[in-house]
Design a protein around this ligand. Structure first.
Ligand code: F6P
Length: 354
């Protein structure tokens, strides 16, 4: 794109550790390549309102180690409407922004599609602790959030062991059980209860009763928030009444979304930020950056959103009809591989704990 001069960067949806590392990478590489960078504050809402400032290299100094997002974030109802998108595109033209790197989850990507359709090319970077973006193996923030959960649950374990209790811990992830599954392995949980794989509670209760007879004092059960807001308390009552083991419930909530990003997230965010700039200035648009194996690849955002819907079982027949059969086969394979991996982790948890 020969007349490309200015890149905008924004973060939207829930913040995630590593977003700052992505902002830094986008800014620094774009500046290195001779482009100007405009920081768009407060997500799409900030774009509509013109909350935009030029970023220099020093503006993104000392942020790679910081959680949250220096550009702040917001969920915008106005941007969900056509007039809001038009206003945002107009604001880009006013500030001379030729393309935008948008960092966030699936809602952010839907916004990127709308903004591109309104004439402003966008590239998406998956930033969410949930790891619920079907097209990428990992989202930015997921690794840090899991490490935070492990640290917190290790603390619960100290007190649970002293009191010979069971601790039931709810972790975030929206509808996805990725955080719950992997942290369950890392903390030695009895089971992970997630929406994607049914849990046999009778089996869990029997295992706990047997293990208690065998001298086990503390039990950890990790549940995903996708099980519903009352599930944790309900399960605590069931476990306590049936095993006779004193049980406490804890919801980790937003505490797992903060903190300094892990090495893994800093590197992933940096790689994705750089790849996004390369793609954008080379005239690409409506793409999402994805980690597949050890490589950063890009995928059409519309396709990525379809993979997401397939994974979340919300793809409509009409949407399915828009996807060519060979592409649909690839999408189904991505989703099947992810589900198989989750089943494998669940199998491990069941077979090596207690
Ligand atoms: O998407 C990230 C996430 O932290 C989810 O895990 C959680 O369901 C949601 O955001 C919480 O949203 P809010 O910050 O609006 O309470």
């Amino acid at each position: 794109m020969s007349n490309f001069k200015r890149i905008g960067v924004l973060t939207s949806g829930g913040d995630a550790p590593g977003m700052n590392a992505a902002i830094r990478a986008v800014t620094r590489l774009a500046l290195y390549k001779g482009f100007e960078v405009m920081g768009i504050y407060n997500g799409y809402q900030g774009l509509i309102e013109g909350d935009i400032k030029k970023l220099g290299a020093r503006d993104v100094a000392y942020i790679i180690n910081r959680g949250g997002t220096m550009l702040y974030t917001a969920r915008s109802n106005e941007f969900c409407k056509k007039e809001g998108v038009e206003k945002a595109a107009e604001m880009c033209r006013k500030f001379g922004i030729d393309g935008v790197v948008t960092i966030g989850g699936d809602g952010t990507f839907r916004g990127a599609v709308d903004l591109t359709d309104a004439g402003i090319p966008c590239i998406g970077i998956p930033g969410t602790i949930d790891n619920d973006i079907g097209s990428t193996d990992m989202t930015i923030g997921f690794d840090t959030a899991m490490n935070t959960v492990v640290q917190l649950v290790d603390r619960l374990r100290d007190t649970g062991e002293s009191h010979a209790r069971c601790n039931i811990v709810e972790v975030m992830g929206r509808e996805a059980g990725d955080i719950a599954l992997q942290t369950s392995i890392a903390v030695g949980a009895v089971t992970a209860v997630i929406k994607e794989i049914p849990t046999d509670i009778d089996h869990v209760v029997d295992k706990m009763i047997d293990a208690r007879k065998d001298g086990k004092r503390n039990f950890i059960i990790i549940i995903s928030e996708g099980m519903g807001p009352d599930y944790g308390e309900e399960l605590s009552n069931i476990i306590e009444s049936r095993t006779k083991i004193e049980t406490r419930f804890a919801r980790l909530a937003h505490i797992q979304r903060g903190g300094s990003p892990s090495l893994r997230d800093r590197v992933l965010a940096t790689q994705m930020g750089c790849a996004a700039v390369e793609n954008l200035v080379n005239g690409q648009m409506k793409q999402v950056m994805c980690l597949r194996g050890n490589s950063i690849i890009s995928m059409d955002i519309y396709d990525a959103l379809m993979v997401d819907k397939l994974m979340k079982n919300i793809l409509t027949n009409e949407e399915e009809d828009t996807i060519p059969p060979n592409k649909f086969y690839e999408m189904k394979k991505i989703v099947a591989d992810k589900q198989a991996y989750k089943q494998y982790l669940d199998y491990i948890i069941d077979h090596i704990t207690l």
